[in-house]
Write a protein that binds this ligand. Structure first.
Ligand SMILES: [Mn+2]
Length: 326
C-alpha cells in the first residue's frame, strides 16, 4: 500500500543551499558572506503532501547515533520497530558522523558497522510500513542516494514543506539559519558546494574518517564553557539560535505558519508573532541523566504532542480496547 505522496523535486534535493561560485573562491571564502535570505533568492523547497489516511506524523532529529551511546541506539531501533507513525520525518543529524555512503561497504568488524547495518535494516522495515523522510544535518550532510536506496528512506531538501492537517509546515534542520555563527556559515558554504564534496569523497575512506573526526573535535572544543540558556540541555552545543527574522521570512515565503527544526538541542515552542511560531525538537542522548529522547507528533487535527519514544510506540487506548462489532 502506498501510504504517502512525495513530490520531491529531485533536482533540488541535494542542491547546495547557499552555495554560489564565490564559495569556492579562497579570496572570498574568508569574508563570512552570511546569507541575507532575501525572499527572491529563496530556492523552492521540496513539498510533501500527506496521504488521506495519515493520523500521526512524527518528527525526530539529532540522535547523533554512535557506538559510544548504546542506549540511544537501542531506543532508536525499538522506536523504528514499534512506532505507530503514518509518516516519519528525521530532520538531520541522525548519525554523529557520515563521511560517504561507501561506509556501507566496510567490513562488519569496522567500528560503527554493526550500528549502521542494524539501522539500515530497521529503516528498511519501517519504510516498508510508512514513508520515512530524511533531511541532512550538519553532521551527516554527505548521506547520499546509496544510503537512501539501501535503507528505503526518501531524502528531502532543507527546508521542506509538509502539507498535513489542513496546514503547511516548514521543516528544516536549522543550522543554515543560525546566522550569528558566521564562521560556521562560511564553513557550511564551503562543505555544501558540490565541487568540495566531490573532492572530499574522492579521498580514501580512512582519510575522510580522520578528517571528519578532526572537524568534530575542533567544533566541540569551540563550545562555550558556559551555555546558560535555561531551556538548553546542560551539554547542548553553543550553536547560537535560529534567526527569528529569517525564520519569519521563510514562513511567509512558503505560506507556512509553523517551523519545525532541530540542531540547537533546545526543545521549545516560540511565538514569532503574526500567527507564526517555531517548534524546536529535542536531541537524543542516552549518556545524560535522565536520558533525553523525544518524538514530536502532529495528529490529524494539527495538535502537537511531545512524547517519549516509548509513549509514541504504545498502542492507543482505542487499539487496547477495541469496540466490539455490533
Ligand atoms: Mn545539527
Amino acid at each position: 500500500m502506498k501510504r504517502g505522496v512525495c513530490q520531491c523535486k529531485a533536482a533540488l534535493r541535494c542542491a547546495p543551499f547557499f552555495a554560489s561560485p564565490d564559495t569556492l573562491n579562497p579570496a572570498t571564502m574568508n569574508q563570512a558572506t552570511v546569507p541575507t535570505a532575501h525572499p527572491q533568492a529563496l530556492p523552492e523547497p521540496d513539498l510533501v503532501c500527506s496521504a488521506p489516511g495519515w493520523e500521526r506524523v512524527e518528527f525526530i532529529s539529532d540522535l547523533h547515533l554512535r557506538p559510544e551511546d548504546p542506549a540511544t541506539v537501542s531506543a532508536w531501533l525499538r522506536y523504528l520497530e514499534h512506532g505507530r507513525f503514518d509518516a516519519l520525518f528525521i530532520l538531520g543529524d541522525l548519525f554523529e558522523l557520515w563521511f560517504g555512503d561507501d561506509m556501507l561497504q566496510r567490513p562488519p568488524e569496522a567500528p560503527g558497522s554493526e550500528l549502521l547495518q542494524r539501522s539500515i535494516q530497521a529503516l528498511q522495515s519501517a519504510s516498508a510500513r510508512a514513508p520515512v523522510y530524511l533531511m541532512h544535518g550538519n553532521r551527516d550532510f554527505l548521506l547520499g542516494s546509496a544510503f537512501a536506496q539501501h535503507s528505503g528512506v526518501r531524502l528531502i531538501s532543507d527546508p521542506c514543506v509538509l502539507e498535513f492537517a489542513g496546514q503547511r509546515w516548514l521543516l528544516s534542520h536549522g543550522d543554515a539559519w543560525c546566522l550569528e555563527d558566521r564562521s560556521y556559515q562560511t564553513f557550511r558554504q564551503m562543505v555544501r558546494a558540490p565541487a568540495w564534496q566531490q573532492g572530499f569523497l574522492a579521498r580514501p575512506l580512512p582519510e575522510r574518517e580522520a578528517l571528519a573526526r578532526m572537524a568534530r573535535h575542533a567544533s566541540e572544543s569551540q563550545r562555550s564553557a558556559g551555555n546558560t540558556a535555561a531551556t538548553s540541555a546542560p551539554d547542548a552545543p553553543d550553536y547560537g539560535d535560529v534567526d527569528a527574522a529569517t525564520a519569519c521570512q521563510w514562513l511567509r515565503a512558503t505560506g507556512c505558519q509553523t517551523l519545525i527544526h532541530g540542531h540547537t538541542h533546545r526543545p521549545g515552542q516560540h511565538d514569532l508573532g503574526a500567527g507564526l511560531q517555531r517548534l524546536v525538537l529535542s536531541d537524543w542522548c542516552g549518556l545524560s541523566q535522565p536520558p533525553r529522547r523525544e518524538v514530536l507528533r502532529l495528529d490529524r487535527q494539527g495538535q502537537v504532542h511531545r512524547l517519549s519514544p516509548e509513549q509514541a510506540a504504545a498502542p492507543t487506548p482505542a487499539a487496547q480496547a477495541p469496540v466490539p462489532a455490533a
